[in-house]
Design a protein around this ligand. Structure first.
Ligand code: PLP
Length: 386
């Protein structure tokens, strides 16, 4: 199999796997217990908290373990102590964990402004500034990197604007965390969501970073775990695995970006020179190294994905068929990809385990599949008179 869907999830790395086996089989105590058998589980949690904090230049006490990116996003938006203020600013191309939490908050009487990115998938900080309502905006939430098109947002500038206006700044960094450098202090970030399974840890755990001094409320009520802020017996094996994955990431040279970038550039060069009627979506400059999002005219993205799957190549589509109706994702819509192309959108996300041979094989298969799919498209035949 050629796995090109690393934005969906990543393989668990060896050090995370080994750590988890140890905690599942030997050191399985409840970390809140007071007998000495629990000390190993507690120590592993502290170690994980330390490694995760170090990766983003935070303090260990600023890290709260959650069940993953979705919970962290929910908590960030719903847990902030907002007093009388009712206005939130976010963007129209956030992950559904943010968008749907905002929709929920709107029903509860909050007001949300959804700022549109430009055609390159970048949010203009000035648009964020203009959306601020004096004495009413209490939170700005802008994703670090988009999950479909991989574009990296001007986080530092947006954080600065938030702070100049006494507004809390949260970023959903689920796609960026562990793949590019993040320094929460330098980038003016108050709250940050991250997920273990997107960076070689196990599924079902993540973190919410909350800068010390920020007032926020628990989201899940119960016991006194996580300094009384997030109740429930901790998923110690997963947390320790997440920590081990972060320690391994830290030992790599600049996240192996140069290698991944070389694969991506080769992929894009071949696609754009060997397949006609295709466009690469999103900025090529401010983008996660492993992300390629491409739209092919006269092709159905889901059909392409299924054909690639039959050839043992795994990627994801930017459109889906819902109740017999084709729907383009809100991200692809937000950057105004022309309709002729938008239905044929696919996302390939590479990582350090991929090879140049895999990329070449993928492009070779893509070329043949696209020819076949276009031969079945009446629109293609009439427009091009083939
Ligand atoms: N935010 C972004 C940007 C994501 O890409 C994802 C998952 O794809 C999430 C949040 C949700 O993370 P999790 O799968 O850990 O709940």
């Amino acid at each position: 199999m050629i796995y090109l869907d690393n934005a969906a999830t990543t393989v668990v790395c060896k050090s995370a796997y080994n750590k988890m086996i140890k905690l599942l089989s030997d050191d399985y105590a409840n970390p809140s217990a007071i007998y000495s058998f629990s000390s190993s589980a507690r120590r592993e949690m502290n170690l994980a908290r330390y490694s995760i904090a170090k990766l983003i230049n935070a303090e260990p006490v600023e890290i709260y373990f959650t069940s993953g990116g979705t919970e962290s996003d929910n908590w960030a938006l719903r847990g902030i102590n907002n007093g009388e203020k009712k206005h939130i600013i976010t963007t129209s191309f956030e992950h559904h964990a943010i968008i749907n939490t905002c929709k929920y908050l709107e029903k509860k009487g909050f007001d949300v402004t959804y700022v549109e990115p430009d055609e390159f998938g970048i949010v203009d900080p000035d648009k964020i500034r203009r959306a601020i309502r004096k004495n009413d905006t209490f939170l700005i939430s802008v994703m670090f990197a988009n999950n479909e098109i991989g574009t990296i947002q001007p986080i530092k500038e947006i954080g600065k604007i938030a702070h100049e206006n006494n507004i809390i700044f949260h970023t959903d960094a689920v796609q960026a965390f562990g793949h590019i450098q993040i320094d929460v202090k330098e980038l003016n970030i108050d709250m940050l969501s991250a997920s273990s399974h997107k960076c070689y840890g196990p599924k079902g755990t993540g973190i919410l970073y909350v800068r010390q001094g920020i007032k926020f409320q628990p989201f899940i009520h119960g016991g006194s775990q996580e300094r009384k802020m997030r109740a429930g017996t901790e998923n110690v094996p997963a947390i320790a695995g997440f920590g081990a994955a972060c320690a391994e990431i830290m030992s790599k040279n600049n996240y192996n970006q140069a290698y991944i970038l070389s694969l991506r550039n080769h992929f894009i060069k071949r696609i754009t020179s060997e397949i006609d009627y295709c466009i690469i979506n999103g900025s090529q400059l401010s983008r996660l190294p492993g992300n390629i999002n491409v739209s092919f005219a006269y092709v159905d993205g889901e059909a392409l994905l299924i054909q690639l799957d039959l050839h043992d190549i795994v990627c994801s589509a930017g459109s889906a068929c819902n109740a017999g109706q084709k729907q383009v994702s809100h991200v692809i819509k937000s950057i105004h990809v022309p309709e002729l192309y938008s239905y044929g959108t696919v996302r390939f996300t590479l990582d350090e385990h991929n090879t140049i041979e895999e990329i070449d094989q993928t492009v070779d298969e893509l070329k043949e599949i696209i020819i076949k799919l276009r031969q079945m498209s009446s629109e293609y035949k009439t427009r091009l008179k083939v």
